[in-house]
Design a protein around this ligand. Structure first.
Ligand code: PLP
Length: 407
């Protein structure tokens, strides 16, 4: 039977303490016990349904984790205060001194910086590879490799990882395949394709209202228990815990994710097709010209489309900046990092979200100066948005210039 991630969320049933239609919020950092023995058993991890201290777990965080685990098809999940608060404990839990990670080279700048600059302090090294070339990925594995890391759809280049192919490699070499699925919630379900651990920055599409940062790790009960272990669990000991009030508000936003993703995808597809037809260099997994279009199609839960992220290249950073400023002035979106908001957001990744990546490496991976990353919003009238964006580009000579090149 086909995996239906949105149904899995919808099928959960929660009630509040007094029969409320929303679960009650656990507004406590610590919990009482009727007997000292139960407290001891809870510390030992042997008292199901008892709470100890909210850095470890809280009812509100467990509700949100349960919904996200249902969405990703994992046994359970652990929510965190940010996406980086999910990524960093996972990698530190899985790797110790002397061990090695093979990672995609096109990943979020913060994750790249963590692997490149921070993990070597603990003598954990990383090889960054072109994740679309499975032979290159496999060749980078050494006897010390523990983790294969990638983003399903990469930030900002929108490269698509072949999760099935990567999972076969991971299994052959006894590695844990960790996938950051932030750009493609509902559209792609990595665990169903063989991933072991799935991470999201909830900050983006899942929460969808750009009012908080948040993260989640979805995985097996054994792995999540290990992360939360009071003696040696990286999430428990590093302490990136989400607040209960916030967990409850993210859970409420999660309920509309399926509707939002369909609209993000619809709008992004419309704009990507128009931009490409206008002669702009456009990257969107939903375009037949995307090198991994067929791969994405083979992995996707069709209903939710190819997602809300696209890039165009307008030739230079100056032009990119001029265009973004003008689009903001005309209220077509905001010049801001992040993604998944109801408004369109745009930024030039080379000087913002990927600025941690050295310039020569940016050039090598195809991250050009004139690249603009768009997170397409929920605009009700995308035809009008397109006409207004096109007018901005014509005014700045971007489209005219392209027409000249093409003549
Ligand atoms: N993963 C991806 C793909 C991202 O784009 C980001 C942030 O931009 C993160 C992880 C980090 O998430 P957060 O900012 O919530 O810590």
């Amino acid at each position: 039977m086909k995996f239906k991630p949105a149904n899995n969320i919808q099928d959960l049933q929660y009630f509040g303490e007094f029969g409320g239609v929303n679960p009650s919020i656990s507004d406590s950092s610590t919990y009482t016990f009727l007997s000292a023995k139960t407290m001891f058993d809870t510390f030992e991890g042997n008292a199901d349904g008892c709470y100890l201290y909210s850095r470890h777990s809280s009812p509100s965080n467990l509700y949100l984790g349960e919904a996200l685990a249902a969405m990703e098809g994992t046994e359970t999940a652990n929510v965190s205060a940010s996406g980086m608060g999910a990524i960093t404990p996972v990698l530190m839990q899985l790797c110790g001194a002397g061990e090695h990670i093979v990672s995609s080279r096109t990943i979020y700048g913060g994750t790249y910086a963590f692997l490149k600059n921070f993990m070597p302090r603990f003598n954990v090294s990383t090889s960054f590879v072109d994740i679309t070339k499975l032979d290159v990925v496999e060749a980078a594995i050494t006897e010390n490799t523990k983790v294969l890391y990638c983003e399903t759809v990469s930030n900002p280049l929108l490269e698509v990882a072949d999760i099935k192919g990567l999972s076969e490699i991971a299994k052959r070499h006894n590695l844990t395949l960790v996938v950051d699925n932030t750009f493609s919630p509902l559209s792609i379900s990595p665990v169903k394709l063989g991933a072991d651990v799935v991470i999201h920055s909830l900050t983006k599409f899942i929460n969808g209202s750009s009012d908080t940062v948040g993260g989640v790790v979805c995985g097996s009960q054994e792995f999540i228990d290990a992360l939360r272990n009071v003696n040696d669990g990286a999430s428990m000991l590093l302490g990136p815990t989400m607040d209960s009030l916030r967990a409850s508000s993210v859970l409420k936003n999660l309920r509309t994710l399926h509707i939002r993703m369909m609209q993000h995808s619809h709008n992004a597809t419309y704009l990507a097709e128009k931009f490409e037809a206008d002669g702009l260099k456009t990257v969107y997994p939903g375009l037949a010209s995307h090198p991994s279009h067929e791969l994405f199609k083979s992995m996707m839960n069709e209903k939710y489309g190819f997602g809300g992220m696209l890039t165009i290249d307008v030739g230079s950073l100056d032009k990119a900046n001029e265009l973004m400023e003008l689009m903001q002035e005309r209220n077509l979106g905001y010049l801001a990092v992040s993604l998944g908001f109801y408004k369109t957001l745009f930024s030039a990744p080379g000087t913002s979200t990927s600025s941690e990546i050295p310039e020569e490496e940016q050039a090598e991976m195809g991250l050009t100066d004139g690249l603009i990353r768009f997170s397409i919003g929920l605009d009700a009238d995308i035809e009008r948005t397109y006409e207004m964006m096109r007018a901005c580009m014509e005014e700045l000579g971007i489209l005219n210039k392209l027409a000249e090149v093409h003549v």
